[in-house]
Design a protein around this ligand. Structure first.
Ligand code: HEC
Length: 265
């Protein structure tokens, strides 16, 4: 009951006559389409491409030998198959946690320090640019996340539980906002992430450039902001929790075409 009241209070203010909201939504979609041609994400992609081949870190090495799941140095198509199980770390990893692994093993960076750095600062800028670059090399490809390994199936189940886990002062879960079709909050469409929300939506859109605040956000930052809206503590960078959510959303989105890095309001 308490949760219902909190939810109604939060959502009601954002709802308006649905026809009017639809018109605005269509306007925003058009605006996005126009912006996609001059998406500032391209600048971050270019920076990421350069970082990939620049000798850096204590070992002064490049990332060209980094294995993102399709063999050392293969970037094309890697993004749409992540998260996946990696034998060398014995973990299921998403793009960002895998980039941390490569920066640690190849370049000698301290993974714990990378995870503890705030967004948009120091090596977190590097991770953002690299994630943007790598995702762009899977543009127009279909999301195809493996469930062949037992650990991959386990992570799907963990992600599903996290998605439906209600807690915090409002008793919210991801599912509170993202488990129905045609739901909106403050004029923003809330994709239904329990199934395939469609091409270029949800999992298939991030990293994305946010016009509203002029920032480039990788997926983890997107999830952190949703956890903030959920009034949960911020998850640790590259934690198993956010990776599991990625597996859940990614597998659900099988077949959706990736437009990452997208442009968002
Ligand atoms: C209180 C409501 C709320 C909760 C709870 C919430 N989100 Fe969100 N979520 C939003 C809003 C608002 C947006 C932005 C929609 C937009 O900009 O079009 C969003 C966007 C997203 C997107 C990107 C969608 C796209 O197409 O760009 C993903 C992915 C996402 N949320 C996942 C999650 C996950 C996973 C959780 C649980 C950890 C969660 N959200 C919890 C409100 C919520």
């Amino acid at each position: 009951m308490k949760s219902n009241i909190a939810l109604i209070a939060l959502l009601a203010s954002g709802f308006m006559a649905s026809a009017q909201a639809d018109a605005i939504e269509a306007g925003i979609a058009k605006y996005r389409e126009m912006l996609q041609d001059g998406n500032p994400a391209e600048l971050f992609e270019m920076a990421g491409e350069e970082l990939w081949t620049t000798p850096r870190g204590p070992k002064q090495a490049t990332l060209e030998a980094c294995d993102l799941g399709k063999g050392p140095g293969v970037i094309k198509g890697a993004f749409v198959e992540l998260p996946k199980f990696f034998a060398d770390t014995a973990r299921v990893q998403d793009l960002e946690s895998r980039l941390v692994t490569c920066m640690e093993t190849l370049q000698g960076f301290d993974a714990a320090k990378l995870a503890a750095t705030s967004y948009g600062k120091g090596e977190q800028e590097t991770l953002r640019d690299l994630a943007t670059y790598v995702s762009g090399q899977s543009r127009e490809l279909k999301i195809n996340i493996s469930q062949a390994h037992a650990k991959e199936r386990e992570m799907y189940e963990v992600g599903k539980r996290l998605f439906f886990m209600r807690a915090g002062p409002h008793d919210f879960a991801c599912a509170t906002c993202h488990a129905e079709d045609n739901k909106r909050i403050r004029l923003q469409g809330l994709p239904n992430l329990t199934g395939n929300p469609g091409d270029g939506i949800g999992f298939a859109a991030w990293p994305a450039y946010r016009v509203g605040n002029g920032q480039m956000w990788p997926m983890q930052k997107r999830l952190n902001d949703c956890y903030r809206q959920q009034r949960f503590p911020e998850p640790k960078y590259a934690s198993d929790a956010t990776i599991a959510l990625g597996v859940y959303m990614g597998v659900n989105a099988t077949g959706a075409v990736s437009i990452a890095p997208a442009i968002k309001r």
